[in-house]
Design a protein around this ligand. Sequence first.
Ligand code: PGA
Length: 253
Amino acid sequence: MSRRPFVAGNWKMNKGPNEADALARALKAALANQSAVDVAVAPTYVALPAVTSRLKHSGIHVAAQDIHPSVSGAFTGAIGGEMVRQLGCTYTLVGHSERRSLWNEDDALINSKVHAAFRSGLLPIICIGETLSQRDGNQVEQVLGAQLAKGLEGLEADQVASLTLAYEPVWAIGTGRTASPEQAQDTHQFIRRWLSVNFPDFVSKAVRIQYGGSVKPGNAAALMAKPDVDGALVGGAALQADSFAAIVLAAVP
Ligand code: PGA
């Protein structure tokens, strides 16, 4: 079964509404002729209205960077899934390593956000990954297995089949140090095998697994050529239209 490549850009806390609109406009032009790759961008919340309206009918999807597990309530400063869905988001990131480390998000909270995403009609892109000391200590499979088991708890097989996993080794994020294509493939293969042990066969065949961590135009093609690497989650290189577009085009099968 062939999975459609999926490349997403995580803009993090960069680009207010005006700059985000300009980037979205440039991406719309740069990617107007491609339809072989699913593409999404994740701007800041305040830029979502500008970006969703700019990208309407462009084929480029818009993602939130995070959602609160509740629909609404006394949660000062937080944003619910329904709210971003109303603006036209189709995806949300969940459990990005910066949320895990800077906001102390654990797998139980991440799992409640994954359920909230589905309740809101959003497809989650769930980020998992090990730290350098965990890799050096040969704990990669144990760490990822636990993140998967807890993060996916209570989901229906159909829901799991529809979501995206982003394997982002923490040591590769924003460091310029990428996993080698072989390291990425080995880890993605482990993730897919984990899915095949824990869910019916169709799930592991359908789930798209993005690689993330210092993906650039120069290394994207080799990473995404690997059979279990179905796309990329891009940070720094997603902030410029030409580099992000080059990564998207490198995913064309
Ligand atoms: P990077 O970020 O591409 O800048 O390493 C990736 C991410 O954090 O999703």
